[in-house]
Design a protein around this ligand. Structure first.
Ligand code: GLC
Length: 350
């Protein structure tokens, strides 16, 4: 309504100015005042993504189910009903594509991801299709570059007509041989193969070195591409969040580490997120905290305190967020009884 009234008063103004022979100048002035600033665009993207959760340990396993999670339609409903606005879905595309060009993706896998996209749309969730665990690419980036780009070309073509609620994430946590310099070059090439079919799709990109905030200064995004979201992951202190996690070598020594949320503890989180926010403002990019969470071996009181503090601090720093993760070992949801773990879901609620 307000918009309509505004349009009407604008057209009335235009008629008057036109009579004065100033119509050309007025159009330019109006266009200039109605184009949103980069800050307003970033804020709108952050609002759109809002609060999300990672539907993890399913499609980024070598085969879905191998890591204990097979996605069900009831999960999307549970996520929607809990008030989340986004699901981030890690996908190991590389395990379902041919080894030789044009790297055809397995038809059965397309059907599975199409189902994910359909479920997300049905439940009014933004969905981030995140390319995860291309382990060979991290080790030998040059050797796997063509295949990585070929897979993206296919995914981009396949989902080109999807609504803007479908987002792509180029690659989860580049690391090992895929250092900042190589990643910057590769991400630009990946955007180069996606943009012809998806000129305005939001694409999520994080820095090398595991998407750490401290690695943001080395991330280079093509300035002319205005449809990018910068993403970081947060698991500090690792000795607390990853205690007992089998994939961290010394994590057994960390068992029993609490997070009390002292002023000093909180200051660390805020200082880290200040860095993320400052980078976002400097580069005019919306920021997403794409992963943060605690492994199940930490005590629940500490997990609740940390989760709550990190989520609130991310919000206060103008970042959208997505909790790691839904129903595996960091899970906020217990799929064996189909119920949220109350301390964690409470902690996540804004
Ligand atoms: C990264 C890894 C994932 C792991 C998570 C927490 O996203 O890809 O496998 O569970 O971080 O450590």
């Amino acid at each position: 309504m307000k918009r309509l009234l505004f349009m009407r008063s604008c057209s009335r103004l235009l008629v008057r100015l036109g009579l004065l022979g100033l119509i050309g100048t007025a159009r330019i002035t109006l266009a200039a005042t109605t184009t949103p600033s980069p800050e307003a665009e970033s804020e709108a993207t952050v609002r759109l993504l809002g609060h999300g959760i990672n539907l993890a340990n399913a499609l980024e396993a070598p085969r879905e189910g191998q890591w204990g999670v097979t996605l069900r339609d009831s999960y999307f409903l549970a996520v929607q009903q809990a008030g989340f606005t986004t699901v981030r879905v890690p996908i190991r595309w590389s395990a379902h594509a041919a080894i030789t060009a044009p790297y055809a993706i397995d038809p059965a896998f397309w059907l599975r991801i199409d189902w994910v996209v359909a479920e997300a749309k049905k439940h009014h969730l933004q969905v981030i299709l995140d390319f995860q665990n291309y382990d060979e690419l991290y080790l030998e980036p040059e050797k796997h570059e063509d295949r990585f780009l070929g897979i993206w070309r296919e995914v981009a073509e396949h989902y080109r007509t999807e609504p803007s609620s479908v987002l792509f994430e180029l690659l989860n946590e580049p690391h090992k041989q895929l250092d900042a310099e190589k990643w910057n070059a590769l991400l630009a090439k990946a955007l180069g193969v996606i943009r012809p079919t998806n000129p305005q799709r939001l694409i999520v990109v994080g820095p090398a070195s595991w998407n750490k905030i401290s690695a943001l200064p080395l991330l280079v995004l093509p300035t002319e591409d205005r449809f990018l979201v910068a993403s970081v992951h947060y698991y500090d202190p690792m000795t607390f969040t990853h205690q007992g996690a089998p994939w961290e070598k010394t994590s057994l020594d960390w068992l029993g580490t609490e997070w009390l949320g002292t002023p000093a503890d909180r200051q660390v989180v805020d200082r880290d997120f200040d860095q993320a926010r400052n980078w976002g403002s400097e580069h005019h990019r919306p920021m997403l905290l794409g992963e943060f969470g605690t492994y199940e071996k930490a005590d629940m009181d500490s997990r609740q305190r940390w989760t709550n503090y990190v989520a609130r601090s991310a919000e206060a720093h103008g970042m959208a967020w997505a909790y790691w993760e839904f129903c595996a070992s960091f899970g906020a949801y217990d799929s064996s009884i189909d119920a949220w773990r109350q301390p964690l879901i409470e902690a996540l609620k804004p």
